[in-house]
Write a protein that binds this ligand. Structure first.
Ligand SMILES: [Zn+2]
Length: 398
């Protein structure tokens, strides 16, 4: 779990309206971060009064956010009761929209998925709106809890603070009012975020230990397109109107194998996305007797892992362009870590040398070394990201 910077959390929590709310979040964050932990330990570390901590612990127990987990070692008197987060209680409804699939899931405070349903994403915006609302409503009613919140990850331009989705380029949906309609339909608050930023948040909370201990890192989400999420000083960097980190559209050449979602053949994502890898593979097998009809990224990754020549070449060439773009990110941002996620990472050994050469290049140029690694979050980093939007707000850390 993410070790949040608790000192920072103490000064940054400005949203809640009462001191008691603020203190509640601080105590909850300590339980999450340091469990098993006793009242005395929390009081000592937070510098809150013992009686305040005891009162808050009672609240959190009554709210079923934490549970007792036995007794600690006595330091003279009674053995102290230890606490941890309560798992299994529905806390977040996570909605993860990707160009291919959409998932609606329920997660607990520790980020465990309790239930999920996945369906094909349709380019029909009204159909998708009603599908998402119906499924979310069903789960909200089933797990009915006044503390439930909804987190939503989408592949597009989002103003996280205003809860507005401006554009989903893949389907050319503009000013999608799903958040408002979800709130009206369920009565629950909705937090929406760009998929790459949500992934960055997921890495910060649940990623590789090295990433969780890092203040400045970049996630590169390779899917049908490319998204980048930037964490600066432990916070998601969003830029003006949430449009920061759109490195997928930086110019990488002028003859990419596919069009970018914006229609250009110059963008990095047109060179280094799954779509680019699939197209490269298709072109390579055109002249051979193999059929390319059922080819998708999943099968290319499997073929490459088994050493199939065309798949290996397609992945390696895509890896080369991925590396070029990452090199630009490294020289521009000097992150401590760059983490790559998406299905291409299943063939990591096939192309990793293409990426490592760019980190060597930046070191040769006198820059501090950047660690490069595949994500440890599995197949659905954006779903975990959608959960983290809610968790981050609950714990008041981001
Ligand atoms: Zn573009």
């Amino acid at each position: 779990m993410k070790r949040i910077n608790l000192q920072r959390a103490r000064t940054q929590i400005a949203r809640p309206t009462t001191i008691r709310d603020i203190n509640k979040r601080i105590v909850l964050s300590y339980v999450r971060d340091r469990a098993p932990i006793s009242r005395a330990d929390i009081a000592r570390e937070t510098e809150l009064h013992r009686s305040t901590v005891s009162m808050i612990i009672d609240d959190l127990l009554a709210d079923e956010l934490i549970v007792e987990m036995g007794s600690g070692v006595s330091t003279g008197g009674r053995r102290p009761t230890l606490f941890e987060l309560k798992s299994g209680k529905a806390t977040a409804i996570a909605i993860d929209l990707t160009p291919r699939l959409t998932t609606v899931a329920v997660a607990d405070l520790a980020g465990n998925i309790l239930e999920k349903e996945t369906f094909s994403t349709s380019p029909d915006i009204e159909f998708m709106t009603s599908q998402i609302i119906d499924r979310t409503k069903r789960l909200a009613e089933k797990y009915g809890d006044e503390d439930l919140q909804i987190g939503m990850s989408v592949p597009g331009l989002v103003d996280q603070r205003l809860g507005k989705i401006f554009h989903i380029p893949y389907f050319d949906w503009r000013d999608w009012d799903i958040c408002q309609r979800l709130e009206e339909a369920t009565g629950l608050p909705v937090i929406v975020e760009n998929d790459a930023n949500a992934t960055a948040l997921a890495e910060l909370w649940f990623g590789h230990e090295k990433i969780r201990k890092t203040d400045t890192f970049v996630t590169v989400l390779v899917g049908e397109g490319i998204g980048t999420g930037i964490i600066f000083d432990g916070q998601v960097y969003r830029g003006e109107k949430g449009a920061g980190g759109e490195f997928g559209h930086m110019i990488a050449g002028d003859d990419a194998p596919v069009e970018c979602s914006c229609g250009s053949r110059e963008c990095w994502e047109a060179y280094a996305s799954e779509n680019a890898a699939v197209e490269r593979y298709r072109q390579r097998i055109k002249s051979s007797e193999m059929k390319g009809n059922d080819i998708d990224m999943q099968s290319i990754v499997e073929l490459a892992s088994n050493g199939e020549k065309h798949a290996v070449e397609a992945i390696r060439e895509t890896g080369k362009y991925l590396g070029n773009g990452i090199s630009n990110l490294i020289v521009g941002l000097s992150p401590q870590v760059v983490v790559v996620s998406g299905r291409i990472t299943k063939a990591w050994d096939t192309f990793a040398d293409q990426l490592y050469r760019v980190t060597e290049r930046s070191v040769l140029a006198g820059l501090p070394p950047t660690d490069l690694m595949p994500s440890s979050l599995g197949d659905a980093p954006t779903l975990i990201g959608a959960c983290c939007l809610v968790l981050a707000r609950k714990f008041g850390s981001v």
